[in-house]
Design a protein around this ligand. Structure first.
Ligand code: ATP
Ligand code: MG
Length: 583
């Protein structure tokens, strides 16, 4: 593509509205333009990358035996009523009415539609398993759609749905998708981890999120440095600690100590000259309307989802200051487990299991300006359960191999989920088994954020000058810069090279504009094609063209006389640097 004839409106200024770096770069490099909040037009370069991502996804889904279909974006409200999600889904579901006053929504996901499709047609076990997928525009009315393609309201997703005869079949379908996803993210040239994700009410280990690792990612994930274990914080199990004791095994009785005006862990520790790991933090929650105290060590963070799963609760909210006062008879900052249960408002107390291996704690006294020290929770409080409540931290042990855990940031780009019978039961998707007996289909669903991948690839691969696209998804593999200005020999030689590369099936963005070299260099770095070829008057005289690897910045000179061979070698090495072969 000749840049002089292309619609690639680059910007010099950083657009003020863009909050994440991929958004800024996509706007600046002329890949996308905003229509309205969370809704974007893909310009030629943006669309090329989007399509490349989609093509890789499609090839691997087909290879895994899934079949592509295209379902409507507009979905009848009645289908969503069958599964209860019309009421449950909330405001992310954009609802509309037609001229007959019938209710519809714009599809944020397609479980209802695909289950409706299959229940009408599939009657026999012989027609299963079945895996149907589509690559399609979704609409979710996100509250904070301000991260460009990272979190759009309108975005492109690949969603696949599997239907199986039984659990074993569903597990095999799940595995096939899991493997396909690994192949997809490898081919995309991205550093990623499949992480065990929380399955909420469904349970089991059948949910993985695929995370692209990037320092700017929204999610924190625990990654083992020794094995391939990786999990979300809410899922990462903290290994039970070994026995040790703050007091050396003999606390003596609990005693009250004044802590005037000391509300936070830091304040109390500084005032008493103790370390936070000798103090118990008591956090109060409104769990489905009932008071619950969660206890963790002073230097730990309580994970609300772990608490929620332990209690099989629907909603866990941090207690309001009024609730804290009502439940503890003390101002905020002085809550503690001793006397909290039964004595006051019957607060259920759940403690992190680390607290079971120690005593001699400092805890809040449920009185203003007072704490207790030398507390033994088993002796002094009524703890309903000791369980895994806290966030894993760097240096904790891997629950699988005992290796050291490190925390990384990631962006969720894919999600595989075993649904079980949730939708098939609600929507009566049944079939007749070998014995003519009616059975409910076992389902799985598998999403990939196609447009989010474009943003994530940039978040992971960039520098101060711009984007560094992996070769597999760059709009063009090569940026060819002709620096001859109006020199006819240079223009002619560059034109020839352009034609030659295209003839070899290489995709080239040819900067043939009448611009200064500095402008061309800047734009090439900004747009991020992985291989840059720079032809100038001097080089032409000497029979060489300069080649730059955008990822490493490494430069080399290729001889024009033996260009084809030298280019092929260089291309192979650039792609290898990305962990990619030649296709
Ligand atoms: P998130 O927690 O980021 O909102 P989700 O759990 O709602 O994601 P899924 O319903 O599992 O996401 O959707 C499948 C995939 O679609 C996600 O893994 C993500 O890559 C992508 N995705 C979800 N919401 C958006 C969005 N608003 N914009 C772009 N991509 C999205
Ligand atoms: Mg979401």
């Amino acid at each position: 593509m000749r840049l002089s004839k292309s619609y690639v409106p680059t910007l010099k200024e950083v657009p003020a509205e863009a909050e994440v770096v991929s958004h800024r770069l996509l706007l600046r490099a002329g890949f996308i333009r905003k229509l309205t909040a969370g809704i974007y037009t893909y310009l030629p370069l943006g669309l090329k990358t989007l399509n490349k991502v989609a093509d890789i996804v499609r090839e691997e889904m087909d290879r895994a035996g899934a079949q592509e279909i295209l379902m409507p974006m507009v979905q009848p409200g009645d289908l969503w009523r069958e599964t209860g999600r019309w009421d449950f889904y909330g405001k992310e579901l954009l609802r509309l009415r037609d001229r007959h006053d019938r209710e519809y929504c714009l599809g944020p996901t397609h479980e209802e539609v695909v289950t409706d499709l299959v229940r009408g047609e599939v009657r026999s076990y012989r027609q299963l398993p079945l895996n149907l997928y589509q690559i399609q525009t979704k609409f979710r009315d996100e509250i904070r759609p301000r991260f460009g393609l990272m979190r759009g309201r309108e975005f492109v997703m690949k969603d696949a749905y599997s239907f199986d005869r039984d659990e074993a079949g569903a597990d095999a379908s799940y595995r096939a998708m899991y493997d396909a996803y690994k192949a997809i993210f490898r081919r995309l040239g991205l550093e990623f981890r499949p992480v065990e994700a929380d399955t909420g009410s469904i349970g089991g280990s059948f949910s993985h999120e695929f995370m692209v690792l990037a320092d700017t990612g929204e999610d924190t994930i625990a990654v083992c440095q020794a094995c391939d274990y990786a999990a979300n914080l809410e899922k990462a199990e903290v290994v039970a600690p070994v026995d040790k004791c703050n007091c050396g095994g003999d606390c003596g009785p609990a005693v009250a100590i004044p802590t005037p005006g000391m509300h936070t862990v830091e304040e109390v520790c500084a005032y008493l000259e103790i370390e936070p790991d000798t103090l118990v933090k008591t956090l109060l929650f409104d769990v489905d309307g009932a008071p619950v105290a969660g206890l963790v060590r002073g230097d730990r963070e309580l994970n609300e989802i772990k608490l929620k799963n332990h209690l099989h609760a629907t909603e866990v909210k941090l207690a309001t200051p009024e609730q804290v006062v009502a439940w503890t008879n003390a101002p905020v900052g002085f809550a503690g487990p001793v006397g909290l249960q039964g004595g006051l408002k019957g607060v259920r107390i759940i403690a992190d299991r680390e607290l079971d291996f120690d005593c001699g704690w400092v805890v809040g006294a449920n009185k203003a300006d007072q704490h207790l020290k030398s507390v033994d929770l088993r002796r002094d409080a009524v703890i309903e359960a000791y369980t895994d409540l806290r966030n894993i931290t760097a240096g904790d042990k891997c629950p699988r191999c005992g290796g050291a855990i490190e925390l990384r940031r990631g962006i969720e780009v894919g999600h595989v989920f075993k649904l079980g019978l949730k939708y098939s039961q609600a929507m009566n998707a049944v079939f007749l088994d070998e014995n003519g007996k009616e059975q409910v289909m076992v389902m799985g669903c598998y999403g990939i954020g196609v447009s989010r991948i474009v943003a994530s690839a940039i978040e992971q691969n960039l520098d101060a000058d711009g984007i560094k696209f992996p070769p597999s998804i760059a709009p063009f593999e090569v940026a060819l810069l002709s620096l001859g200005g109006k020199e006819p020999e240079v223009i002619e030689a560059a034109d020839k090279l352009y034609a030659e590369l295209i003839g070899q099936g290489i995709e080239v963005l040819y900067d043939d504009r009448d611009e200064r070299p500095g402008v061309k260099f800047k734009d090439a770095d900004l747009m991020g094609m992985p291989m840059q070829l720079v032809l100038g008057g001097k080089g032409l005289k000497n029979g060489i063209i300069e080649a730059k690897d955008r990822r490493t910045g490494e430069k080399r000179e290729l001889k024009l006389a033996s260009f084809a061979g030298e280019f092929a070698d260089w291309r192979r090495s650039v792609r290898q640097g990305w962990g990619l072969g030649i296709d």
